[in-house]
Design a protein around this ligand. Structure first.
Ligand code: PGA
Ligand code: MG
Length: 225
């Protein structure tokens, strides 16, 4: 077995491993309709993803003048209730995900899934897609508690510690991911095909991939630095 340059590969979920915007968009729009508001066009959904469902909804309501907190909470609860039942309707892995995850673990590295989604939703979706078993650790935005989700470095550092330490690289698609990796002091690969909130080359990662299938060669190049 050839040497792999990293002991642990940390992976973001939405926009990195999975195309989730249709189900997230449906959940946000369900909540907006419950609140008597206009839905967001599907094309506008992608740029809202990355900070978790609450941040997503907040960005929409704030852009429309904001809502009193109690009203916001009603919408947020409606979003969560809808998403609990519809988080895997149209959610799919990007091309190359299953083979690439298999190739990484075959070479002896371990996989940590680190998302800003609730851990329960991440597990539910990964189970539905038959991917949950691939990961040695799954951490959601709520796993470590308030203030300890990306862009904080905590989930990356915690995942590395849970796996006994070692060289760690992170892969994600948004500024939350790059900031978390920088704060954790680990290299980061940008999934340029994902829900990047800035042009991928401007996110400040160490490399950009245009397809998940490019990940292994990108990690090999990073490892040579
Ligand atoms: O649900 C979100 O907005 C973010 O999820 P991610 O951290 O997996 O990209
Ligand atoms: Mg993401």
């Amino acid at each position: 077995m050839a040497d792999f340059p990293f002991d642990i590969v940390g992976l973001d979920l939405d926009g990195t491993l999975l195309e989730t915007h249709r189900d997230l968009g449906a959940a946000v729009n369900h909540a907006l309709v419950v609140g008597g508001q206009e839905p967001v066009p599907l094309a506008g959904i992608e740029g809202l993803i990355g900070g978790g469902a609450k941040a997503m909804l907040r960005r929409v309501t704030d852009s429309r003048g904001g809502l009193p907190e109690d009203e916001f909470q009603v919408l947020y609860k409606a979003l969560l209730a809808y998403y609990a039942d519809h988080n895997s309707d149209h959610t799919r892995p990007y091309p190359g995900v299953e083979d690439t995850l298999g190739a990484i673990t075959a070479r002896g590295a371990r996989l940590a899934l680190i998302t800003n989604k609730f851990e329960s939703f991440a597990r539910q979706i990964l189970d539905a897609l038959g991917l949950a078993q691939r990961f040695d650790v799954i951490l959601g935005g709520d796993t470590l508690g308030k203030g300890r989700s990306k862009p904080a470095p905590d989930p990356l550092l915690e995942a590395r510690a849970m796996l006994g330490g070692g060289s760690f690289v992170y892969v994600g698609d948004s500024s939350y991911d790059v900031a978390a990796a920088r704060a954790a002091g680990v290299p980061v690969v940008v999934a340029g095909y994902g829900y990047c909130d800035r042009p991928p080359t401007e996110l400040g990662g160490d490399a950009v991939i245009d397809s998940f299938a490019e990940l292994v060669p990108a990690l090999e190049r990073l490892g040579e630095r």
